[in-house]
Ligand binder design. Structure first.
Ligand code: 5GP
Ligand code: MN
Length: 327
């Protein structure tokens, strides 16, 4: 994999729609290392960098794809590397141009992935994060010591994908990697402040209101939060502001599955599913055309009104069973 990457002279790096710390951190680390070797490498993403991750990015490091403007760059790349993707559809508007590009297509990921796009896969579903895979890759690329500009974005990826070292993706190995990042100069307090103490007032209020709307179903085993366009408009928040409620669904005693439904358009709903560890929610997400991990997965429904889509998904969640067989 490392040798193959170095054999490609014009590289484009990319990640999924609305990048998270793992996707963005991974591409930044690889970009910085390859640029330090004098390579021609560019990050081209289908979405802009979310506000709370902008502190990681230096000017000139990340370009947001615009149809027409960047298609030639995609077509003329010798290699396209996608990080943390989960599914080809998550390339958003870039999926089409990437598919028709003659570039060698490489995927670096820790999601369960149904591949019909990439030529070379560096995939490990046991890895905590794509950031962890990138650290392995950087070492294979001959990186001698870990510098702060590489350790910091990777630390953010590791942190977010392990739920701050809490999810079942956490292990002794993960903590050793985190220690390597700290030894390279990462300041966990600075990162915590950047990620958690810069929220717009409206977002915190919206989170509170969304939490107040959580309903319990299936005798308290399922927690459901629904956020519709009207609610967003009234509260003056944005769709991504409401998203934080997803982290609170499993905090309720007795809840095994959390479901967050976010209305994106009148007939388009994004679902996020979370499992407390008994059930595989990725299976459900896949049935609806999405994917993810066993205990955290998502998908988007099209062509159904909000209430109809929520009902359909809740019926499917209910079928996880009353006794709910171990997942
Ligand atoms: P979230 O609910 O935080 O958006 O996503 C949880 C997990 O499910 C993430 O690992 C993400 O990659 C995956 N996921 C979310 N939405 C989709 C989707 O529409 N398609 C696929 N394949 N995976 C998704
Ligand atoms: Mn990830």
């Amino acid at each position: 994999m490392a040798r193959h990457l170095l054999s490609l002279d014009r590289l484009l790096l990319t990640t999924h729609l609305t990048p998270d710390g793992d996707g963005l951190g991974s591409e930044l680390a690889i970009l910085r290392h390859l640029r330090s070797l004098g390579r021609d490498v560019t990050i081209l993403n289908c979405s802009t960098v979310p506000e709370d991750l902008r502190f990681l990015v230096r000017p000139g490091e990340v370009i947001t794809y615009q149809k027409g403007k960047h298609d030639r760059q995609v077509a003329e790349a010798s290699g396209i590397v996608a990080f943390d993707l989960g599914a080809a559809g998550r390339l958003g508007r870039m999926e089409g141009p990437v598919r028709i590009s003659p570039a060698s297509k490489i995927l670096i990921d820790h999601h369960i992935f149904d591949n019909d796009l990439f030529d070379v896969l560096y995939l490990d579903v046991e890895a905590s994060s794509t950031a962890e895979l990138c650290l392995r890759l950087l070492r294979a690329l001959g990186m001698e010591s870990l510098s702060l500009p590489i350790a910091e974005p990777l630390y953010v990826g590791l942190l977010q994908d392990t739920g701050s070292f809490n999810y079942n993706s956490t292990s002794a190995r993960v903590h050793r990697i985190a220690a390597d990042f700290l030894e390279a100069g990462v300041d966990p307090y600075r990162i915590w402040k950047k990620l958690n103490c810069q929220k717009p007032y409206a977002r915190v209020r919206l989170m509170g209101e969304s939490i107040a709307r959580i309903e319990l179903q299936h005798e308290g085993r399922t927690a459901l939060a629904v956020v519709d366009l009207d609610f967003l408009k009234k509260s003056g928040g944005e769709a991504r502001d409401a998203f934080e409620v997803v982290n609170h669904l499993l905090s309720i005693h007795g809840v095994e599955v959390g479901c967050f439904a976010l209305q994106l358009a009148s007939d388009k709903v994004k679902f996020s599913l979370r499992s407390g560890g008994r059930h595989d929610v990725c299976g459900i997400a896949k049935e609806f055309g999405g994917g993810g991990h066993r205990f955290a997965a998502g998908f988007t429904t099209q062509g159904m009104a909000l209430a109809e889509a929520v009902q359909l998904v809740m019926e499917r969640v209910a079928r996880l069973g009353n006794g709910r067989s171990p997942g």
